[in-house]
Design a protein around this ligand. Structure first.
Ligand SMILES: Nc1nc(=O)c2c([nH]1)NC[C@@H]1CN(c3ccc(C(=O)N[C@@H](CCC(=O)O)C(=O)O)cc3)CN21
Ligand SMILES: CC(C)C(=O)C(=O)O
Length: 299
């Protein structure tokens, strides 16, 4: 069905040059990645936001390297042509470069991601350089960096005063210089994001950063209205309400079982008459109780 050529970093760069918006969504498992792939996104991000939306933590800090690898494995099995980027989680690319390289290698070799994403500015340039020199594409991430939430003190717009805006622009340039192939701009003003986008030649991918970025990323569960951690956020647009559909579906199932409407004869297997005869001397008629209750199941 999907005949698209695999997306590459070169293609993303070309899209920026051609002014074509780059589409990115997170995914954390096989079916969600399969649906994102079929919908035609260029990039699937295995974000450490899985800590919030899949694992039920209240930040991304508890997410481990093994968590990221486990979810990457499921996503990369489904993503035939989308470019899969996986977050390096909290504190796995700090300290020695050797540790950053070893952790990055595990995500690439076991998770089969095509690139890694790292949060931070100039301070992570050595880690970005080391990974890029090892042949790994790196996506940078500046602005609101949720792994530093306790230092930042809240999920609020970053780079608002001129000194902070200048620092963010300098960080972005340093990350491009270090070899990053793209950069996420999270929760910054539209004007600052436009400046960064103009001054860099690598694509900028915005979340809560306005319309001037080269691409946009949102969290799967936010886009679809699916489950936990869904207090409304200004920068999110919700395109479906699958949480409601899932709850209603489960409720119908529960009611059908309680009212003996499920399973119906079409979901059940009948014994051969002579086996029934040998077993209990009866006929192989389906259960009486169910016949009187009737079946209302659809499909
Ligand atoms: N479900 C989900 N979606 C995300 O986008 C997301 C996560 N989880 N977890 C990891 C980080 C955390 N993120 C967040 C979380 C909250 C806000 C938030 O409440 N923002 C306020 C803006 C506050 C201000 O005006 O400064 C908002 O109303 O959007 C923003 C980003 C983005 N990431
Ligand atoms: C929100 C995106 C950019 C992210 O970093 C994540 O999903 O963890």
């Amino acid at each position: 069905m999907e005949t698209r050529k695999p997306v590459t970093t070169a293609k993303l760069r070309k899209m920026k040059e051609d002014g074509k918006p780059i589409t990115v969504i997170t995914a954390y498992d096989y079916p969600s990645a399969m649906l994102a792939e079929q919908a035609g996104v260029e990039v699937i991000l295995v974000g450490d936001s899985l800590g919030n939306v899949v694992l039920g933590y209240d930040s991304t800090i508890p997410v481990t390297l093994d968590d990221m690898i486990y979810h990457s494995k499921a996503v990369t099995r489904a993503a035939k042509s989308s470019f899969v980027v996986t977050d390096m989680p909290f504190m796995t690319y700090h300290g020695s470069l050797d540790t950053a390289l070893r952790n990055g290698a595990r995500i690439m070799q076991e998770g089969l991601a095509k690139a890694l994403k790292l949060e931070g500015g100039a301070e992570i340039v050595p880690a970005v350089q080391a990974l890029v020199q090892a042949g790994i594409p790196v996506m940078a991430h500046v602005g609101l960096t949720p792994q530093s939430i306790h230092q930042i003190g809240g999920y609020k717009v970053q780079g608002k005063n001129s000194a902070q805006a200048k620092k963010l622009l300098d960080d972005a340039k340093a990350l491009e210089q270090a070899g990053a192939f793209a950069i996420v701009l999270e929760l910054i003003t539209e004007q600052l994001a436009e400046q960064v986008t103009k001054q860099l030649s690598i694509p900028t991918i915005g979340i809560g950063a306005g319309a001037g970025c080269d691409g946009q990323v949102l969290v799967f569960h936010d886009v679809l209205g699916y489950g936990a951690d869904l207090h409304p956020k200004r920068f999110v647009k919700t395109y479906a309400n699958i949480g409601e559909q899932i709850r209603a579906g489960i409720q119908s199932y529960v009611e059908d079982v309680r009212e003996r409407r499920f399973p119906g004869p079409e979901h059940s297997f009948q014994m051969e008459g002579e086996v029934a005869e040998h077993l209990y001397g009866g006929s192989a008629e389906p259960k009486k109780e169910r016949l009187t209750a009737g079946s209302t199941s659809s499909i």
